[in-house]
Ligand binder design. Structure first.
Ligand code: ADP
Length: 284
């Protein structure tokens, strides 16, 4: 990796120490200590890893284009022997969670969601975890959420799990989805905003990591923050103050979280089936 980076990096990129970093679901992660400072590197030898890291690098760059967003600067997506790697800015996640930090995170997400575009989707496909995420643009959120999100995961789930009961429920949901939510313009989303995908730096400031960006209904990002917790009332209050959510948003969280739950079903197994069934019951 050092040789691959040295070939393109300006200055002296000599790795002095490599420290494994725990916490990721998909990749091996390391802190690289060099003469010119510390870096964060993700490494993976899976066949799709090169494309995953290019997509993540693009996603981080898109987050960073929004004024007010903190996210690590991506430096290089490369290849070293069998491994693909992504090199980025090291963020010293030594900070304590605080009310001010949560409020800053809420404002950060509102700033991101204030980036609009004509259509839902993106000009390229990317990944959610290690699964492909299709982003073919559509002017219609219902069509996008069904065709590019739920159906794609159901297609994968079909091969692994018995879909008894689920198929009919999803069909009923698809038929009424358009009447279940208020319209929103397409917003730039983080796309995978669970509690493990932001860091708090030494100064207490939040930084977004590990995005799966696309333009979508912003309630889908808010919903993911509720999936496993990790965001305080100060986060929601600051978000709401900066960019108010439409009435009834809380009742739609389980609806949008059907997508990450199906992703979890496909990545981590059948233990997520119960949660999917319970969510479906709420809406059909
Ligand atoms: P994965 O793609 O495998 O899910 P993550 O992006 O979640 O990996 O990163 C794994 C861990 O590394 C995270 O839990 C976080 O603590 C740490 N981490 C991620 N990005 C950085 C960074 N830029 N600087 C320092 N630590 C980071």
């Amino acid at each position: 990796m050092e040789a691959a980076i040295k070939a393109t990096a300006p200055g002296d990129f000599r790795i002095q120490r490599v420290v494994p970093v725990s916490g990721g679901d998909i990749n091996r992660a390391y802190q690289l200590q060099t003469k010119s400072g510390r870096y964060f590197a993700k490494v993976n030898d899976a066949p799709q890893a090169p494309q995953m890291f290019v997509a993540e690098s693009t996603g981080l760059a898109m987050l960073r284009q929004t004024v007010g967003i903190r996210a690590p600067q991506p430096f290089m997506a490369g290849q070293a022997h069998r491994d693909a790697f992504l090199l980025m800015e090291w963020i010293d996640a030594a900070g304590k969670h605080s009310e001010a930090g949560q409020a800053a995170l809420g404002r950060m997400l509102a700033a991101l969601h204030s980036q609009h575009r004509e259509t839902f989707g993106l000009d390229h496909d990317n990944f959610i975890g290690r699964l492909p995420q299709a982003n073919t643009p559509s002017a219609d959120w219902t069509a996008f959420f069904i065709g590019q999100r739920l159906q794609k995961q159901l297609d994968i789930a079909q091969h692994t799990y018995s879909q008894a009961g689920l198929r009919a429920s999803f069909d009923r949901l698809f038929a009424r989805l358009g009447s279940l939510y208020p319209q929103e313009p397409p917003s730039l989303l983080h796309g995978d905003l669970w509690g493990g995908n932001y860091l708090v730096d030494a100064a207490g400031q939040p930084a977004l990591i590990d995005p799966a960006v696309y333009y979508g209904h912003r309630e889908a990002d808010i919903a993911m923050t509720k999936l496993f917790g990790g965001f305080s009332t100060h986060f929601y209050a600051a978000y709401h103050e900066a960019y108010p959510l439409q009435a009834g948003w809380e009742a739609r969280m389980d609806l949008w979280n059907l997508y990450p739950l199906l992703v979890h079903l496909n990545l981590f197994g059948a233990s997520y089936l119960g949660a999917i069934q319970r969510s479906l019951k709420r809406y059909v």
